[in-house]
Design a protein around this ligand. Structure first.
Ligand SMILES: *[C@@H]1O[C@H](CO)[C@@H](O)[C@H](O)[C@H]1NC(C)=O
Ligand SMILES: *[C@@H]1O[C@H](CO)[C@@H](O)[C@H](O)[C@H]1NC(C)=O
Length: 177
């Protein structure tokens, strides 16, 4: 009788591999950058149209330089990020049906526009600079790499073991014949 129990050890290896893959996926999800918050800007034209703009961060949050500290965008947090705002909707507020479909905004968030004036879209906004988040991401990236190496190593070992078991079986069959 072979001392090795192929089916049982294979089951254990399979479970270990599955566990490693699952952990790797969880770690990968943890390091993926969180979806940047989308901010909406609302303007009301003199003809009672609500113009909706969506703003997305174009680049990473950065600390304002000493010269920039006095800028309005730098006052709340001392950090700023570049943004791009694009028109996404125009709601006719005279139309009660359209108005009721768009009740997610509150009137105090709406900026009234002067006749014939286009909205002045911001190009920067304040942001929170979380200290060390980048180095944490890098650390997690390394952890995931090591995990993947481990999984690959286990798969190689497992396959090698499977092959030697197969060889052993073949020799045993030949000897029995
Ligand atoms: C809404 O109603 C006002 C007054 O009746 C009118 O001047 C304006 O053009 C209307 N706006 C739209 C978008 O139809
Ligand atoms: C209302 O004003 C906006 C922008 O000022 C314009 O694009 C739109 O055509 C106007 N709508 C009406 C019904 O006058």
């Amino acid at each position: 009788m072979p001392s090795l129990h192929p089916s049982r050890s294979q089951g254990r290896q399979g479970r270990a591999t599955t566990a490693f893959i699952l952990i790797s996926i969880i770690l990968l999800l943890a390091i993926l950058p969180t979806a940047a918050a989308q901010e909406k800007l609302l303007y009301r034209t003199p003809n009672n149209t609500l113009l909706v703009y969506a703003c997305n961060a174009e680049d990473a949050c950065e600390a304002c330089s000493p010269v920039e500290k006095s800028l309005d965008v730098c006052k709340p947090t001392g950090n700023k990020e570049p943004i791009a705002c694009k028109p996404i909707d125009a709601v006719n507020l005279n139309d009660t049906k359209e108005h009721d479909k768009n009740i997610w905004w509150s009137p105090e968030d709406v900026i009234p526009l002067d006749p014939g004036k286009d909205p002045i879209l911001p190009t920067w906004r304040e942001c929170d600079l979380v200290a060390g988040i980048e180095s944490f991401r890098f650390f997690m990236f390394e952890v995931v790499n090591i995990m993947i190496l481990l999984v690959a190593g286990i798969v190689v070992l497992w396959r090698r073991r499977l092959m030697s078991t197969e060889q052993y079986r073949r020799i045993a069959t030949r000897l029995a014949a």
